[in-house]
Design a protein around this ligand. Structure first.
Ligand code: SAM
Length: 261
């Protein structure tokens, strides 16, 4: 493949992804800051603000591939700070117990610890156990920097559609396609040299970070992903706040949304 990376066979992908995040869990937040110069925080802030959690009253949210709880914390803070809402709740779901453990540890220091507002669950986004994650349950489904790691995007979207209430919102923040050629060249250079190097220096784990960079390049471009969202039964039309997608930083990251019809 391009850039000299080995291609990962699809059936090996799930266990590889688990290993990748196992090996980086405790350094994950640090690496996020280092590789993006803290910009991931701004993207996450903008993502959550655009969802306006709490505006129409308390919401039941599920944050899938939620890792250490970055999105969950922002949802709860936004609802509380902007709408004085202490009833909105987030269920954080991740395939990796180590990431969830870091998240749990982190929430211990917050006012949400030991309240019904937050909970952590180990499960696969592609196959949420239906006894635990029932049909038509959530007002908001979020997935940030997680869907590209999943073997089957359609399977994730199908599950998102199943667990959302009719009228509920699917919202995805993900690295995407940079359309400006100059920005794209700079970004490629940076991704394939600086990020694996930072991975080596900060975590001693170059391969995990190479994999993360490679997975970004394989993810479908904006219009293609929007089509997949529609095919799963979501509306991405004018009723969707902010449109089918909106680029951040020229498409380095992008927010896709859909409403369950
Ligand atoms: N959403 C968090 C954030 O924005 O900081 C974490 C993002 S992290 C890059 C990706 C997460 O996806 C990891 O915690 C990983 O364990 C999780 N993940 C990967 N494949 C998954 C799957 N099939 N089901 C659930 N979670 C998955």
């Amino acid at each position: 493949t391009s850039f000299g990376f080995k291609t990962v066979p699809e059936d090996a992908k799930e266990s590889l992804v688990k290993d990748v995040f196992d090996s980086v869990a405790s350094k994950y937040d640090l690496m996020n800051d280092a590789t993006s110069f803290g910009v991931h925080r701004l993207w996450k802030d903008a993502f959550v603000s655009s969802l306006r959690p709490g505006r129409k009253g308390p919401m039941r949210c599920i944050d899938v591939a939620g890792g250490t709880g970055d999105i969950a914390l922002r949802i709860l803070d936004h609802a509380r700070e902007t709408y004085a809402d202490r009833e909105t709740s987030v269920e954080v779901v991740d395939i990796n117990g180590q990431m969830l453990k870091e998240g749990f540890r982190r929430f211990k220091k917050t006012m949400y610890h030991n309240t019904p507002q937050i909970s952590f669950h180990e499960a696969n986004a592609q196959d949420l156990p239906s006894s635990q994650f029932k049909d038509n349950t959530y007002d908001l489904y979020t997935i940030a920097f997680g869907i590209r790691n999943c073997t089957s995007i359609p399977a994730v979207l199908k599950e998102a559609h199943r667990v959302l209430k009719p009228g509920g919102t699917f919202a995805c923040l993900e690295f995407s396609r940079v359309n400006n050629p100059l920005l794209s060249t700079i970004y490629d250079q940076y991704s394939f040299t600086v990020i694996p190097l930072l991975g080596t220096v900060l975590t001693g784990d170059r391969e995990s970070y190479q994999y993360l960079v490679e997975s970004i390049r394989k993810f479908p471009p904006q219009p293609e992903f929007a089509n997949m969202i529609r095919e799963a039964g979501f509306s991405t039309g004018p009723d969707v706040d902010g449109g089918a997608w909106s680029d951040m930083w020229g498409g380095i990251a992008c927010v896709h949304k859909g409403v369950k019809v």
